[in-house]
Design a protein around this ligand. Structure first.
Ligand SMILES: *[C@@H]1O[C@H](CO)[C@@H](O)[C@H](O)[C@H]1NC(C)=O
Ligand SMILES: *[C@@H]1O[C@H](CO)[C@@H](O)[C@H](O)[C@H]1NC(C)=O
Length: 395
């Protein structure tokens, strides 16, 4: 009896020491019984639980594991602090950008950057300026087939070899089978005939069958395909249109082709075509406005600004050009935040740190998992039974 109580006293002493050594750094360190709603339950286990107070080696191993864990936690806390700091730097930067945005007169006018505008608006040159009437080329008096199924489409598949005039050397033209086939529905505004698209296509095709080399009809055919949403067929028509157009009318097909390539993100090719169009066009406003959009999409905000300013000076009532000019200036002054090397450094560092932290957290989890296997059987409480009246139902 005396030895038994003596052992019990030893246990208590060791337990007391453990208490002092391990001031529960996880915050919820001790495994113990607790009375909860009248039911006695195990509390959550932790690494700091002493499983077998009589086992010195085990005690040392456990203390070591706890130390390791604590050092990991300290590292993790350091990382967390650094991360917080970086976040606050980033927030500060965004605040600065916002401040710059709202204190800049150009940004204040538009309230948005040029990249927030639609830079892929469809454009087409004025047919009136070239004294072209669709009715003069496509016979609008001729009877349409009764069955809509019999309507034909203006495919431009006449024999046609490589031609420098058709800009086949541009990458976008070379990749014409890869271009995005999406409808430019907005084109029906400058060309109302295209609203009745099937009829328009059929009439153009009938006329085209009579004259495959008519640059006007080839241009009309490309309008059909731009509205129908087939970039490949549109480019095929425009390659021929460019080849057969007299020099002074090449701008019509150049602007169409530039639109198509720009919409498929071949914007640099589009800029080249628009510059070529500038050499003969008289529709400066449309060409410069579209070129402004192309430069905007390319991130060349200073060049976009020049284009829009030209249009705005030419046509002061053209509000869209004036707004885009201010938006281009605004964005040029703000610069792209990702091009700021300091900011990129911060981001890289942050990513590296998040990675490190993940590693530590994984190791941490590993430690907690390890502990449950070999040490588990040493749970000192396993052989202590609570008094019968305190025993609850375990769930
Ligand atoms: C667009 O359509 C043409 C003809 O129908 C086709 O050859 C081309 O591959 C299509 N483009 C894409 C990206 O699917
Ligand atoms: C075909 O169209 C072009 C351009 O409109 C014209 O110059 C030419 O004379 C036409 N050819 C015929 C055979 O009608």
């Amino acid at each position: 009896m005396a030895t038994k109580s003596r052992r019990f006293f030893d246990r208590c002493q060791i337990l007391f020491i453990i208490f002092l050594l391990l001031p529960h750094p996880l915050g919820h360190a001790f495994t113990h019984w607790a009375l909860e709603d009248g039911i006695i339950k195990y509390q959550e286990e932790s690494l700091y639980t002493l499983h077998s107070p009589g086992d010195l080696l085990l005690f040392i191993a456990q203390a070591k594991a706890a130390d390791e864990l604590r050092s990991l936690e300290k590292k993790s806390a350091d990382l967390m602090r650094q991360q917080k700091l970086l976040r606050s730097v980033e927030i500060e930067r965004l605040d600065r950008e916002r401040l710059a945005f709202f204190s800049d007169p150009d940004c204040r006018i538009t309230q948005k950057k040029l990249s927030d505008f639609d830079l892929y608006l469809s454009s087409f040159l004025r047919l009136e300026a070239k004294k072209i009437k669709i009715e003069d080329f496509a016979d609008y008096k001729v009877q349409l087939p009764e069955d809509k199924e019999k309507f034909t489409k203006p495919y431009c598949n006449s024999e046609f070899a490589f031609s420098m005039h058709s800009y086949d050397h541009l990458k976008g033209v070379g990749d014409r089978k890869l271009l995005i086939n999406a409808s430019e529905a907005g084109l029906v505004n400058p060309i109302p005939h295209a609203k009745k698209l099937e009829e328009f296509g059929h009439r153009i095709n009938v006329a085209l069958e009579k004259n495959e080399t008519s640059w006007v009809l080839l241009n009309f055919a490309s309008i059909y395909w731009r509205v129908a949403g087939n970039a490949y067929y549109a480019v095929e028509c425009l390659r021929r249109a460019l080849h057969y157009s007299p020099r002074k009318h090449k701008d019509l097909a150049l602007v169409s082709l530039a639109n198509i390539l720009h919409r498929s993100k071949y914007s640099l090719d589009a800029a080249i075509l628009m510059h070529a169009a500038l050499e003969m066009t008289t529709d400066y406003d449309i060409v410069y406005f579209t070129l402004g959009n192309i430069y905007g999409a390319l991130g060349q905000f200073d060049l976009a600004d020049i284009c829009y300013k030209y249009v705005s000076d030419l046509q002061p009532a053209f509000e869209a050009a004036r707004l885009r000019m201010h938006a281009a200036r605004c964005e040029f002054k703000l610069g792209s935040p990702l091009e700021n090397p300091k900011f990129q450094d911060d981001i890289d560092e942050l990513e590296e740190m998040v990675g490190k932290q993940q590693l530590i957290e994984d190791t941490h989890k590993g430690h907690l998992a390890d502990r449950s296997s070999p040490l588990r059987k040493y749970n000192m409480y396993s052989d202590i039974q609570p008094p019968a009246h305190e025993r609850g139902d375990y769930i």
